[in-house]
Design a protein around this ligand. Structure first.
Ligand code: GRF
Length: 193
């Protein structure tokens, strides 16, 4: 049953949506209490994350980013984000850099998950970076979003071994399992404060 004291979580995703699904699942099975996901904002109209939203009966809105001026896109995105009156925004595979205006508006209320042990392997293709560096371990990080990419204060991390013969795919799959646990733990920490 929903109540007005529940924390309102808004999720932004661009792709598969498995982290979004992990959060929805944790709320549904009672692992995460005292919160609900009010909506999904997605910047791609064909993203599988939209089917995840439909499965969990979570309202989804597409704010298409492709082929639009950044300022126009971000103005619409900001307006859609505000409508949710979010206590917490979870970036879950949201593959666009957010502009300073959006980050300022929600600073201290927005978190991201990144598939490496930050500050190691920030930026694009962190699993590939870990393999190229010959790392013996990698993992994932949930952190607060600040103006500097992948550099905000860390909320939670989980380590994952890099195994002999790992490919980008096998390492990504192992890290993804850890991501789902870590995102749920991190959101639990935040909302219990
Ligand atoms: C995850 O690896 C996440 O850390 C990264 O993008 C991927 C999204 O996966 N930012 P999914 O859409 O949550 O399945």
């Amino acid at each position: 049953m929903s109540s007005s004291s529940e924390k309102r979580i808004l999720v932004l995703a661009s792709g598969r949506g498995s982290n979004f699904g992990a959060l929805a699942q944790a709320i549904a099975d009672g692992t995460l209490k005292g919160c609900r996901i009010t909506g999904l904002l997605c910047n791609k109209k064909d993203a599988p994350a939209l089917a995840v939203a439909a499965h969990w009966k979570i309202p989804a809105t597409v704010v298409e980013s492709r082929g639009r001026l950044r300022t126009e896109y971000e103005t619409q995105l900001l307006s859609e984000m505000k409508k949710h009156r979010p206590d917490l925004i979870c970036l879950a595979g949201y593959m666009r850099l957010l502009g300073p205006e959006v980050i300022t508006e929600f600073e201290g209320r927005m978190v991201n998950i990144h598939p490496s042990l930050l500050p190691k392997f920030a930026g694009l293709h962190p699993q590939r970076q870990a393999l190229d560096a010959g790392a013996k371990e990698s993992g994932c990080t949930v952190h607060w979003v600040t103006q500097e990419m992948d550099a905000g204060p860390i909320i939670d991390q989980e380590r994952v071994p890099v195994l002999p013969g790992d490919t980008v795919e096998s390492l990504s799959d192992r890290i993804l399992e850890a991501e789902h646990r870590t995102y749920v733990r991190a959101v639990g920490k935040i909302i219990s404060k």
